[in-house]
Design a binder for this molecule. Sequence first.
Ligand code: GDP
Length: 453
Amino acid sequence: MSDQPTIFALSSGRGRAGVAVIRISGPSARLVLERMAAPCPPPRRAAFRRIVDPVSSELLDAALVLFFAGPSSETGEDIAELQLHGSPAVVSSVLRALSTLPGCRLAEPGEFARRAFLNGKIDLTAAEGLADLIDAETDAQRRQALAQAGGAFARLCDGWRQNLLEARALTEAAIDFSDEPDVAADALERAREMCRPLLADLQRHLSGAHRGEIIRDGYKVVLAGAPNVGKSSLLNALARRDVAIVSSEPGTTRDVLEVHLDLAGYAVIVADTAGLREATGAVEREGIRRTRERANTADLVVWVTDATAPSLPPPDLTTEETSLVVAMNKSDLMQSGSASTPAAASTDSAATPIYLSALSGAGIGKLLERITSLLQASFDGPASAVVPTQERHRLALHASAEALSRYLSVERPAAELAAEDLRLAADALGRITGRVDAEEVLGQIFGRFCIGK
Ligand code: GDP
């Protein structure tokens, strides 16, 4: 028997519930069932068992019990699963009983998934996909996480890496055949031919990386504008709950407040920021600095202005990649019949300002529609079901593409330099899946999980 401890944890949510699932993974999983739920059922067959305390033999619960024999289990080890009645008393008595068994201890966060990775059951992107799936709040997040957890992105990276390894083998063969120039030149050219479409593919996926990150992390909308134009009120109207302090005194929103919305299945994060104006105090200056910083990295800036005294957004507020919408707030205060009343501004193009009232709620639906259509437009582009979803993936893809384009940019590179660039390009892809240098990111990735996963 290996001396790896057997780990256990409540895998379902805490608190009262119909069912609570406790999972046990490790070399003693079978022994646990023999001591607490005898006899151990055949692998993958559910059985109804009395669950008893292994020391006192007291009856703790009656439950459905499963056994999965390693290595064909989720973690690659023997796994036992107890589907108990979901009361806190049952769960804590069973957890306590488990901790008395030799070699058994409570699992750390993400330890089941970590063992699955270490036993070659999943790669790092699948582990990240699982963590994202557990956190998914919208349909788009669920679909993307599910594809990643199923290994779609890993298969793509592994395929690319395999091609790079073959190109490198050809390049190294050219070094070995350096006294036969024709053979060497032919091998080098074949390697280059393999790599040209590969670079194009990497670049296409890099250009889709932002879409993947938007789905995962949310489409970022920033409300910006002068103090007192109604940004906090608008945020409240969007969230339909009180999240920001609304005050008629200018300069009250000094920090950044966020609400999370689900628009057409996509996660959207709307942030209210400190009013943009000449700051008087240090705190306000800091607030304004954050406004500009957030606006510069947002996907969309909503410039909120008072419809009775409109102002234009400062030109440095948005970058080329950021969309801009102008929201004319307080339209309820406008004189009816004036030139720029809502009725007069009915032609609806992307640049048309939206007249609304955070106070009465008029026009809020229109603003949400505009945000939704801009959000959907940002997903136009080369369609690929599999896109990098995290900064870690994007950086590695970028490093790989960089090494590859360096290799391809030199017409007749020395074979040794070419082989080195191909190695760098392949290693960068290997880091995405964890086939290379996994150690440094393990804590970061598996620490995100809850206990029991
Ligand atoms: P911020 O400084 O831009 O966040 O502005 P606030 O949301 O704190 O609002 C400033 C003042 O304008 C408050 O007294 C709000 O009640 C008022 N206000 C906000 N939106 C509207 C609106 O649509 N119509 C009217 N009449 N007043 C509004």
